[in-house]
Design a protein around this ligand. Structure first.
Ligand SMILES: *[C@@H]1O[C@H](CO)[C@@H](O)[C@H](O)[C@H]1NC(C)=O
Ligand SMILES: *[C@@H]1O[C@H](CO)[C@@H](O)[C@H](O)[C@H]1NC(C)=O
Ligand SMILES: *[C@@H]1O[C@H](CO)[C@@H](O)[C@H](O)[C@H]1NC(C)=O
Ligand SMILES: *[C@@H]1O[C@H](CO)[C@@H](O)[C@H](O)[C@H]1NC(C)=O
Ligand SMILES: *[C@@H]1O[C@H](CO)[C@@H](O)[C@H](O)[C@H]1NC(C)=O
Ligand SMILES: *[C@@H]1O[C@H](CO)[C@@H](O)[C@H](O)[C@H]1NC(C)=O
Ligand SMILES: *[C@@H]1O[C@H](CO)[C@@H](O)[C@H](O)[C@H]1NC(C)=O
Ligand SMILES: *[C@@H]1O[C@H](CO)[C@@H](O)[C@H](O)[C@H]1NC(C)=O
Ligand SMILES: *[C@@H]1O[C@H](CO)[C@@H](O)[C@H](O)[C@H]1NC(C)=O
Ligand SMILES: *[C@@H]1O[C@H](CO)[C@@H](O)[C@H](O)[C@H]1NC(C)=O
Length: 529
């Protein structure tokens, strides 16, 4: 085992020898201004964030900040700026020489677009930048790895590696020494196939982004300060496990085209959970997670998503998904705050299970292709509002009335309920929507004693039984357009609570319609025949 690192060191020193020959002779420069004047381009002496410029301290004449923008050939004399604290090299050709060790005050180094000047490896002298807190390497053409000496940059708090097409190795053990890291941004690293296992040492890490890498699995555990996690466009990533993150506020998992499974466990204080456009994602499991109040997870456009399991997710009040074309199973377990669930346009849904989710009051299962009423709904003792429009239901469970004593609104429009309206009646229901079914009659309607609104459009109902007047004190709105009524009981004029009554497009003759308008005109009811 010991020989592996040893060989590596030998290999490294060998490559170093080839690039160490440069040694800038700094004794020839009078002062910092003299150093910058050796550059073959104009350097402004007033600091600017978009032009090549410097900040020089007035009294000491020491140069603290050097920004170089698009001036491609800086002089290596730059390595003599021993007081430099911030160096930005944006689109330049400055090679990174061993002389970089001169920058003993450097806290921030940003290199964007090196035009290949950096080569395949960084000099080990990089490890001498011991006060560096910010390091960004972006658009670095040939770099293949980070030197082991990166271990000495122990104050680094922000590390960005972006668009380094050949970066394939981040030394695992060495990077693990950067325990002060707060931001780690790994973006556009198509050759990077593993995330160092030592990231578990990053107990200060607050922001972590992994985008467009070549990694296949990601197992993140116990990053206790991690707040924002973004994992996007990783085209080979198959599994993500996120466990024991006590400060996680935002999770963003998008456009990972090979992602199959996502597990989030034991994480607290989530404010954002976004799972978007992962084309092969099959299973999402979220357990022992606490959400900040009113957070609505967003699970959108994952066309292969088969299974969603939510277990012990406290704080989850509203949950909504729609248009997940492959979803077959969704299970809710121990969700004490969940009150509003909306699962719409899920054509393959086969199983929906509720365990210990008794606070659900609103449930919408529109267009889920359900032919059978899901049994587990009957456990939702506090359910008030149940919407199951546009399914294939033709029967209700006989225990609906006793199992759901609080149900007030039942919307079953656009299903296949045949024959007579449900018996035994549902005397607690206030609003009943049964348009677009196959009903032929509504005998027993007078037993729906709480009914305030009844919609029966597009059925084949032949008559309104005159007992409907038993609902005089409750019924406010009745629509029964597009049915087969040939007459209307005249007593309806005296239904004292009724506000609107519509029965257009039935089989009522023109003469009878005229008669009905005359009959209802003294009553306050709005009518349409
Ligand atoms: C640096 O340059 C000075 C002046 O040219 C020279 O005297 C000195 O020998 C050089 N030092 C090295 C280490 O090359
Ligand atoms: C990456 O490395 C390969 C060979 O290892 C090389 O052919 C290619 O030019 C490199 N790409 C860049 C952008 O340096
Ligand atoms: C990571 O770097 C990329 C590219 O510079 C940038 O677009 C993104 O916003 C950064 N992410 C974070 C979390 O700072
Ligand atoms: C990404 O990984 C795959 C297999 O793991 C490999 O075939 C491919 O060459 C890698 N891509 C790059 C750019 O390294
Ligand atoms: C529920 O999750 C919390 C963490 O959010 C955990 O502390 C608790 O033990 C879990 N309870 C059960 C019954 O799993
Ligand atoms: C949730 O937490 C409980 C108690 O801490 C633990 O027993 C259970 O295994 C956890 N479940 C998951 C899926 O992590
Ligand atoms: C339930 O959630 C849906 C969105 O998922 C929302 O449109 C609806 O207004 C909510 N209902 C209640 C009563 O909060
Ligand atoms: C439901 O919750 C109760 C009380 O929190 C708990 O005792 C019981 O084990 C839970 N049942 C299941 C199936 O998780
Ligand atoms: C409807 O009212 C009539 C007369 O008041 C009464 O005999 C009948 O029992 C009532 N029907 C129901 C179902 O309450
Ligand atoms: C009945 O209709 C009236 C007017 O169209 C409306 O204001 C009222 O809220 C409706 N009542 C119910 C219970 O839907």
């Amino acid at each position: 085992m010991k020989t592996v690192p040893l060989l590596f060191i030998i290999f490294c020193s060998f490559t170093i020898i080839q690039i160490t020959d440069a040694n800038v002779n700094c004794t020839i420069y009078a002062d910092d201004l003299d150093v910058i004047n050796r550059n073959p381009f104009y350097v402004r002496l007033t600091l600017s964030d978009s032009f090549t410029s410097v900040y020089i301290r007035e009294f000491s004449k020491q140069l603290n900040v050097f920004n170089i923008f698009n001036d491609v050939n800086p002089s290596t004399s730059i390595y003599c700026l021993k007081s430099l604290q911030t160096l930005r090299l944006i689109n330049t050709n400055l090679p990174i020489l061993p002389d970089i060790k001169n920058f003993q005050s450097l806290t921030s180094l940003i290199i964007r677009s090196d035009n290949g000047a950096i080569g395949q490896h960084l000099t080990p002298e990089f490890g001498k930048l011991k006060y560096l807190t910010t390091l960004e390497l972006s658009d670095i053409k040939n770099l293949e790895d980070l030197p082991d000496e990166i271990r000495y940059l122990e104050y680094i708090s922000s590390l960005t590696l972006q668009n380094i097409p050949n970066l394939s190795r981040i030394p695992d053990e060495s990077i693990g020494k950067l325990t002060q890291l707060r931001t780690l941004n790994l973006t556009d690293l198509p050759s990077l196939s593993t995330i160092p296992t030592t990231i578990k040492n990053f107990q200060q890490l607050n922001i972590f982004e992994i985008t467009k890498t070549n990694i296949t699995t990601l197992d993140l555990k116990g990053l206790l300060s991690l707040s924002d996690l973004k994992i996007t466009f990783n085209s080979l990533l198959e599994t993500i496990t996120i466990t024991d993150m006590s400060s996680l506020s935002s999770i963003d998992i998008c456009n990972n085209n090979e992602l199959l499974t996502l597990d989030i466990q034991n994480s607290n204080y989530l404010r954002t959970l976004s799972i978007l456009s992962n084309t092969k994602l099959t299973s999402v499991s979220i357990a022992n997670v606490s959400l900040y109040r009113d957070v609505i997870p967003s699970i959108v456009d994952n066309p292969q998503l088969n299974i969603i399991e939510l277990k012990n997710v406290s704080g989850l009040g509203t949950f909504g998904i729609n248009s997940l074309s492959s979803l077959k199973l969704i299970s809710f377990g121990n969700l004490p705050n969940l009150f509003n669930v909306s699962i719409r346009f899920i054509p393959q849904l086969q199983t929906i299970s509720f365990i210990n989710t008794s606070s659900i009051k609103y449930l919408d299962l529109t267009e889920c292709n359900l032919a059978v009423f899901p049994e587990s709904i009957l456990q939702l003792k506090l359910l008030i509002n149940l919407v199951m429009t546009s399914n294939r239901l033709s029967t209700l469970p006989s225990t609906l009335l006793t199992d759901l004593p609080n149900l007030k609104v039942l919307n079953l429009a656009d299903n296949y309920f045949p024959g007579n309206i449900f018996q035994p009646a549902l005397p607690n229901i206030r609003e009943l929507y049964l348009s677009k079914n196959l009903l032929a009659s509504i005998y027993g309607i007078e037993e729906y004693k709480s009914l305030q609104r009844l919609e029966l459009d597009y059925n084949s109902i032949l008559l309104i039984p005159s007992e409907i007047i038993n609902l005089s004190t409750t019924l406010q709105n009745l629509t029964i357009n597009y049915n087969k009524l040939s007459y209307i009981p005249y007593e309806i004029t005296n239904m004292r609570s009724l506000q609107s009554f519509s029965a257009t497009n039935n089989r009522i003759t023109a003469d009878e319609r005229t008669n009905l308008f005359r009959l209802f005109s003294p009553s306050p009811i709005h009518v349409a025949f």
